[in-house]
Design a protein around this ligand. Structure first.
Ligand SMILES: [Zn+2]
Length: 300
């Protein structure tokens, strides 16, 4: 099944639903970062949630940045997504494998930890992005996003996120679902949604059974109205120019030591692990630009 996001409404437009299949997206992240199962599930859930949030963005310049740091063994999780379905992300420690003794399931909550925050920045192309920060409630990520929607966006939401990792460590299926109540939703709609949430199977079970996002929505809601279908895929838009700009932020002293002692530099993209080499001549060019900027800053 191809990865995609489907947006629908139900119950007289009182409920908005976003559903995603993100299996290939999570497989690509796993391939690039060489992750152990629990790190992979934590990053996959976060990427799926970020993709679902970004699916509401209209302009190509807009994007969403999600950052989770609960001081657990996986460290910081960082994800970017845009309205075209481009997603990239990384986890500080990709090699965490933790499971719960009770049911042998991956212990994402313990791996992520709860001593920290979930931050969502929506960059709408305006000067200051809209940023919401909440404390982590469980580290399981879906609950943390539900809490974020309730507190930061005043939108009561059911959030389900699932990444099923096979015994050989590969991603078997992944997906996510947001069910959000519109302002003024009557009591009977609220209790119907609560019932749906209580009866729902784990998200990855639906995807693993081969159900498309439309099929999942149709299983949960009577006569949903499908509004939009969007692609979702891994994409890192890093480039050598981007890293040359980043090297401009290095001090003149450090640039000189890279030139004279190391005779070159290598930068690595955190998102996709791609390496970019800078030789001595390229570093000297960056140093010249650096001096030029410093000079201008001093005299203007
Ligand atoms: Zn990259």
């Amino acid at each position: 099944m191809k990865d995609k996001i489907v947006i629908a409404s139900a119950m007289n437009h009182m409920v908005r639903i976003h559903a995603a299949c993100t299996t290939a997206l999570c497989q690509e992240a796993d391939r690039l970062h060489d992750m152990y199962a629990t790190s992979c599930a934590a990053l996959g859930r976060t990427m799926t949630a970020a993709a679902l949030i970004a699916s509401d963005l209209k302009s190509p310049e807009e994007h969403v940045t999600v950052s989770i740091d609960g001081k657990g063994p996986v460290g910081r999780i960082s994800v970017q997504a845009d309205g075209q379905g481009n997603v990239r992300g990384y986890v500080q420690n990709p090699q965490v494998y933790l499971f719960r003794e009770s049911d042998r399931k991956l212990d994402v909550g313990r791996a992520v930890g709860t001593d920290g925050t979930l931050t969502v920045s929506r960059d709408m192309g305006l000067k200051e992005p809209f940023t919401g920060v909440v404390k982590l409630v469980s580290g399981e990520i879906a609950n943390d996003f539900a809490y974020y929607f309730a507190i930061s966006e005043q939108t009561p939401s059911v959030v389900a996120l699932g990444v099923l990792v096979d015994t050989d460590g590969s991603v078997r299926s992944a997906g996510g679902l947001f069910i959000q109540l519109m302002p003024g939703a009557p009591e009977e709609v609220i209790s119907a949604v609560e019932q749906i949430a209580a009866d729902m199977k784990p998200m990855s079970a639906y995807i693993d059974a081969g159900m498309t996002p439309e099929a999942i929505i149709s299983e949960l809601f009577e006569e949903p109205e499908f509004m939009e279908e969007k692609p979702v895929q891994w994409n890192c838009d890093c480039s050598k120019e981007h890293f040359a700009d980043a090297l401009m932020l290095v001090s003149e002293e450090d640039l000189l030591s890279l030139i004279e002692e190391d005779h070159g530099a290598e930068t690595v993209c955190q998102f996709c692990s791609k390496k970019y080499q800078f030789n001595e001549a390229e570093l000297r060019e960056i140093l010249e630009r650096h001096r030029h900027v410093e000079h201008r800053q001093r005299f203007h």
